[in-house]
Design a protein around this ligand. Sequence first.
Ligand SMILES: Cc1cc2nc3c(=O)[nH]c(=O)nc-3n(C[C@H](O)[C@H](O)[C@H](O)COP(=O)(O)OP(=O)(O)OC[C@H]3O[C@@H](n4cnc5c(N)ncnc54)[C@H](O)[C@@H]3O)c2cc1C
Length: 462
Amino acid sequence: MTPFQARRKNNKTVQKKITIIGAGITGLSAAYLAAKDGWEVTALEAGAQPGGLTGTFRIGGNRLEHYYHHFFTNDAELLWLLGELGIAGRMEFKKTTMGIFRNNKVFDFNTPWDLLRFTPMGIVDKARFMLSSLYLGKLAKWEKWESVAAMDWFYRYAGKSATDSIWRPLLEIKFGPHANKIPAAWMVGRLKQRMNSRKGTDERLGYIKGSLQTLTDALKKRLTELGVKILLNARIEKLLIKGNTLSGVDTAKGMFNKGLFLSTIPATHLVPLLRDGAARYAEELSMIEYSGAVCAVLEIDRPFSHIYWLNIADPGFPFGGVIEHTNFISPDEYNGSHILYLSRYFAMSDHLASASKSEIIHEMIKPLNRINPQFNRSWIKNVYVFRTNTAATVCGLNFSNIVPDCKTPVENLYAVNMSHIYPDERSCNNAIRIAAQACNKIGINSSMVPFRSSLSGRIGMD
Ligand SMILES: Cc1cc2nc3c(=O)[nH]c(=O)nc-3n(C[C@H](O)[C@H](O)[C@H](O)COP(=O)(O)OP(=O)(O)OC[C@H]3O[C@@H](n4cnc5c(N)ncnc54)[C@H](O)[C@@H]3O)c2cc1C
């Protein structure tokens, strides 16, 4: 083998050339690993900027994520990447506060004392809530609970009042009409992620100073130094598949036909591109559904509450969470402005998928008074709305059966997407993990990426 050849898992040798489709955090991380391993890399991105869901905008003299982001102390892959890029010092972990809005009242929900004061739950259900959460987060094996709906599991083990006031709203906020079919296995992933990052009841969440733009800029710079070509506004319009082999991709920026291809775009975006040349695979991939998310970001002139993360557990709200970013990161970073995300996940059949931005703003702002009766529209300096149709995969019962193999049936094409993160919760950390796993599968050395508590990247990567 020459230095520019790599051995693939099937023992064939290939030229070390790869075209990466999509430059979100998964695509950028894969590009970094491949370039570091001496591959010639081209990354093709449909958008005008790299970063995908980690995109940011300007507000209060600083940059902020379109969609709220925070990180966990056990996000080993993300911390590794920040270290590689020389920006580890930009991550800061801070204590945050959580609350639940239930029965028209805001309850703090951070300590065992808060749980005792949480009147929507009786004392027996409080004990059941604690024990069942501990079981899922610390002891349970996700494989055991793949065919059991989380909602049924919670009604059975956590009790009615805990499920009605905490778990049902959480699942409904996140999965809308699909909430009843989410497996308890997904809750295992979600709770493990949260509990493993805690010391006792002390939870510290991380934020990257200057927003995720700091990471995207550092990655872009390093990739350029390593010779990676990142082409923006280069949406893949056609996959050139002949006789089951992918030989190139057509984009607005021309045709690219170098080496192997790694798709990191959402499955729903890949499906239409495959219909002509690989109809059967397209059909399989189309089983992976996504939920969308909308965030109305309010820039206001004073605090709305004292809580960073407020789950809305009362019915009748158009948002499921109020995330007061400036109760986490000081308003001084935003020229004194206070920042509130009103967030909601939606199914494609939901009116939010097509509602205009002004409709969304109108709908979201109206009920804020129910939470803080003092709130007045005159507090608002600016409102921004961001929406995506591919916020998260909807993982139904026995989801592992439909997670596709990263090596696709199309020769030369590998594909990795959020479904490979299951049963863990999708996150930047886990995006780096699945990028590392996909690289490994292709024959790109990714052994230096730490693989600690993440449950992702284990299915479809053998
Ligand atoms: C509301 C919300 C809150 C979140 N909160 C957190 C959090 O607190 N912490 C955390 O760690 N993570 C969080 N995440 C998750 C995190 O942002 C994602 O897991 C991660 O950014 C996914 O990266 P990705 O590269 O896999 O996908 P994407 O970011 O979707 O990237 C895919 C890229 O492919 C491009 N593309 C699509 N089609 C084509 C095409 N045909 N040709 C070329 N390019 C194409 C897209 O433009 C995009 O840039 C959140 C996400 C959302 C939506």
